[in-house]
Design a protein around this ligand. Structure first.
Ligand code: IPE
Ligand code: IPE
Ligand code: MG
Length: 222
């Protein structure tokens, strides 16, 4: 099973408590560690988390640079634990414009956790669904391949070996996709919950999976 999450609402979580937005991001990062454990415990094979979109560069530089700092610190401090728990980390997104230290950590975590067998955690960083599709088209053009169908197109996406998400969860009450995994979510089940990301709990994930099991996925059939 593949669960993808749009982790939204860190800023509003902080504002409601009179805290700076970055406090919300700090709490949100802590939640990433918890949700990875819950997902692994629940037998989820793939977890994809949206951490920074190609549109998030529009935010003030202080916030953007804090988010990169948080990514670097989080990965460095959790790498040993993730390795020992069998977490395989993969990063999806465009490398261009990212600071060198972010790229170094990107490479380091992928290399260090490549043997992880329990769960694959894909972190979407400087990620946009349209960029991913555009990048795939560029790769196809430069490869000279002429004969493309849906199956071969998939091979040019960032992680062709990952199955499509069975479900997409978005926290914070917003009901939109915000450029997340556009190709892959063609038939994913969508779940929107009101809670802000820092308030997301294991029981929320369990409840969503229960509801997922009750849904009838028809994939266009009867
Ligand atoms: C999600 O929380 C985290 C990122 C997009 C990096 P937001 O920062 O979008 O929080 P809100 O939506 O402003 O509350
Ligand atoms: C989506 O959240 C991106 C991430 C969670 C990383 P945003 O907060 O950026 O989305 P919009 O702007 O509300 O659509
Ligand atoms: Mg938001």
């Amino acid at each position: 099973m593949h669960v993808a999450i749009i982790m939204d609402g860190n800023g509003r979580w902080a504002r409601e408590r009179g805290l700076p937005r970055i406090e919300g991001h700090r709490r949100g990062a802590m939640k990433v560690e918890s949700v990875t454990e819950w997902a692994a415990d629940l037998g989820i094979d793939y977890l994809t988390l949206y951490a920074f979109s190609t549109e998030n560069w529009k935010r003030p530089w202080e916030e953007v640079s804090f988010l990169f700092e948080l990514f670097v610190e989080f990965m460095k401090s959790k790498i040993e634990k993730m390795k020992s728990e069998g977490v395989r980390l993969r990063i999806i997104g465009r490398r261009d414009k990212l600071p060198q230290k972010v790229l170094d950590v990107w490479d380091m975590v992928e290399r260090e956790t490549s043997d992880g067998k329990r769960i694959t955690l894909a972190v979407a960083l400087n990620y946009g669904g349209r960029s991913e599709i555009t990048d795939a088209v560029k790769k196809i053009i430069s490869s000279g391949v002429k004969d493309i169908d849906e199956q071969t197109f998939r091979n040019y996406l960032y992680l062709p070996d990952m199955p499509d998400p069975d479900m997409v969860i978005r926290t914070s009450g917003e009901m939109r996709i915000s450029n997340f995994l556009l190709w892959q979510i063609a038939y994913s089940e969508l779940f929107f919950i009101k809670k802000y990301w820092p308030d997301f709990e294991k029981e929320d994930l369990v409840g969503i999976i229960e509801e997922f099991k009750r849904r009838n996925r028809r994939f266009g059939g009867l």
